[in-house]
Design a protein around this ligand. Structure first.
Ligand code: 3HC
Length: 284
């Protein structure tokens, strides 16, 4: 099947990046959100990012306009029916994701692939609530989506070769390099990333060094683009915690156990860049 229209459910931090990349790559995009306000905010973020790309000369003004014309918000998941592929990118919580998968399964044509941008939740568990488990796959993007080259594809136990091949083809059309991982919590990247971020938070919690020095140590000593605490703020502390909890529950290894400071910060609403404050203050 030729993929022309991609449906995206969720237009938050990751969803809006996925919307942008899909539309910039020439796909028509239908975007669903939980309510009108979230949809408006998400589409506003997409518009701003596309306009910024145009103002920095990465795309022409005509391209920016054509990209924006390819994006349409929908009020209801039923309106995603024309989509040839749907990518779910809502909050990292299994129950709401299952609800979306059930609805999509009822709405979409039987041959349509349902992908999830989950960073830790089992593909098999999401596939099991649908009547098309062979057409369910993980398409895990990285933040900021327009910049990061990687698309991690996650193959559930029942995902077919054909579904994987289609996802690889779409990944290539999006200009991403794909890697394939088995359906095991954290897949490749988060299984390595989360213990690293957890360790950095523990160092900070223990007063070993200032947050600035921990970040500078990694940035300048290991040539990472940003230090671990800055990166946690970028990913979102709520997402970091949710992924850590899934990994700890699954593997039971202390290295995945979220430190108290991370949980306290999330409870206090310090979620990182997206809320204006995390380890650092972004309110100005
Ligand atoms: N959208 C679009 N473009 C962006 C952007 C955004 N949100 N943020 C930065 N850019 C672009 C800039 O426009 C700039 O482009 P140019 O060089 O062509 O002008 C380029 O990226 C570099 O940006 P800056 O000069 O502003 O800043 P940096 O050089 O510090 O780069 C960064 C910013 C790209 C975010 C870089 O610091 C980086 O790569 N950080 C690591 C990000 C990372 O590890 N992400 C993965 C997180 S894990 C994840 O997402 C998985 C999840 O499941 C947890």
């Amino acid at each position: 099947m030729t993929i022309e229209t991609i449906g995206i459910v969720g237009c938050g931090l990751m969803g809006s990046g996925i919307v942008e990349v899909c539309a910039r790559s020439g796909f028509n995009v239908l975007v669903g959100e939980m309510n009108e306000d979230l949809l408006k905010a998400g589409l506003g973020r997409v518009r701003k990012s596309i306009e910024r790309a145009a103002s920095r000369g990465k795309i022409s003004a005509e391209e920016a306009e054509a990209t924006l014309r390819r994006i349409r918000g929908v009020a209801d998941l039923q309106d995603l029916a024309p989509a040839d592929l749907v990518i779910e990118a809502i909050t990292e919580n299994p129950e709401p994701k299952k609800m979306v998968f059930r609805t999509l399964d009822a709405v979409l044509r039987p041959e349509v692939i349902i992908a999830t941008n989950t960073s830790s939740i089992s593909i098999a568990a999401l596939a099991a609530v649908t009547g098309r488990p062979d057409k369910v796959i993980g398409m895990h993007f990285f933040n900021p989506v327009p910049v990061m080259q990687l698309l991690e594809l996650v193959r559930g136990i029942l995902t077919s070769d054909e579904t994987l091949a289609t996802a690889q083809e779409v990944g290539a059309r999006l200009g991403k390099t794909t890697v394939v991982a088995k359906d095991s919590p954290g897949f490749i990247v988060n299984r390595l990333l989360i213990p690293y971020i957890i360790d950095a938070i523990k160092l900070y919690e223990a007063g070993l060094a200032t947050k600035e020095d921990i970040d500078a140590g990694v940035k300048l000593g290991l040539a990472h683009p940003m230090g671990p605490l800055t990166l946690a703020d970028l990913v979102g502390l709520d997402t970091t915690l949710a992924v850590a909890d899934v990994l700890y529950e699954e593997y039971g290894e202390p290295r995945f156990k979220a430190p108290p400071l991370l949980r306290q910060m999330v409870t206090a609403g310090l979620l990182g860049r997206k809320s204006g404050r995390g380890f650092y203050d972004y309110r100005e």
